[in-house]
Ligand binder design. Structure first.
Ligand SMILES: Nc1ncnc2c1ncn2[C@@H]1O[C@H](COP(=O)(O)OP(=O)(O)OP(=O)(O)O)[C@@H](O)[C@H]1O
Ligand SMILES: [Mg+2]
Length: 257
């Protein structure tokens, strides 16, 4: 199933694509141990949109995200981030592309324990030899509500606060795309809602592009679009999802109706 852009961008000016997979196959292993994780997946992720990826365990969600982010190679087909063809890039160029254009948010936060919240947030920029733009840094900090926690270390922060640090870290570099794999998987529903609101606001207000893997229909309802994977293929999608329409689609796919 091939999906194309069906919505205008936030500014209403055209529909530029932030990331794209074109007839992507991903096959792990060989012989009897062979696993086809993605089967000819084609998808365009429009800039300034919030896209959720859903599907049963093992359906290929993380694999698709890793391939789109240039973290994993594809077996066949190709991937673009912005105008740049990721497939076939040399390691060094790929590392630079990921550093400059891709942000990540993980289920386990992945903060460095010896650094303060502020140092964690600016670390990727420091590594890239870039200085954070002061006004932008302040905007991000105020949006995630971390102003009074900047000097704290991760162990001194709640799970929700730690994930907001991870969100700020991804956003402060203004990447082309932020990929989030189950960002609310380790959070209670209130902290999860805060993180999801923050992600949605960064799309609405700053035009950030976000792709999020989730199992939770409520989390998916914060997105502009939901893509459903099953057994390595895209089998359905929804625009303007609600928790109910997401749940209905999941049930329908489950029963094969
Ligand atoms: N490195 C690997 N080597 C071999 N098989 C793999 C590897 N990574 C993933 N797979 C297989 O590819 C398929 C898709 O895995 P993937 O991690 O993308 O699923 P997922 O949809 O993210 O699942 P979950 O919801 O459990 O995180 C699974 O069958 C998995 O076992
Ligand atoms: Mg996964």
């Amino acid at each position: 199933m091939t999906l194309t852009v069906a919505q205008g961008s936030a500014t209403g000016q055209g529909t530029p694509v932030a990331a794209r997979a074109n007839q992507v196959w991903k096959v792990y292993g060989s012989g009897e141990a062979q696993v086809v994780a993605l089967r000819e997946v084609s998808v365009e992720l429009q800039r300034g949109a919030f896209t959720a990826i859903m599907g049963p365990s093992g359906s290929g969600k993380s694999t698709l995200m890793h391939c789109l982010a240039g973290l994993d190679s594809v077996t066949r087909g190709d991937v673009h981030i912005g105008q740049t063809k990721v497939t076939g890039m040399k390691d060094k160029a790929l590392t630079k592309l990921r550093r400059d254009q891709v942000g990540f948010i993980f289920q386990q936060f992945n903060l460095l324990p010896t650094l303060t919240a502020e140092e964690n947030i600016t670390l990727p920029l420091s590594i890239a030899g870039r200085k954070p733009d002061k006004a932008w840094f302040d905007t991000v900090i105020d949006t995630v509500g971390l102003r009074d926690r900047l000097k704290h270390r991760p162990t001194q922060l709640s799970g929700g606060q730690q994930q907001r640090v991870a969100c700020a870290r991804a956003l402060v570099a203004r990447p082309e795309v932020i990929f989030a794999d189950e960002p609310t998987g380790n959070l209670d529903s209130k902290s999860g809602a805060e993180v999801l609101s923050f992600l949605r606001n960064s799309v609405r207000e700053f035009g950030q592009t976000i792709v999020m893997v989730t199992h939770d229909p409520v989390a998916a309802s914060y997105a502009d679009r939901v893509i459903f994977l099953a057994d390595g293929s895209i089998v359905s999608e929804l625009y303007e999802p609600t928790a109910d329409t997401v749940l209905d689609t999941m049930k329908r796919l489950d029963t094969g109706a």
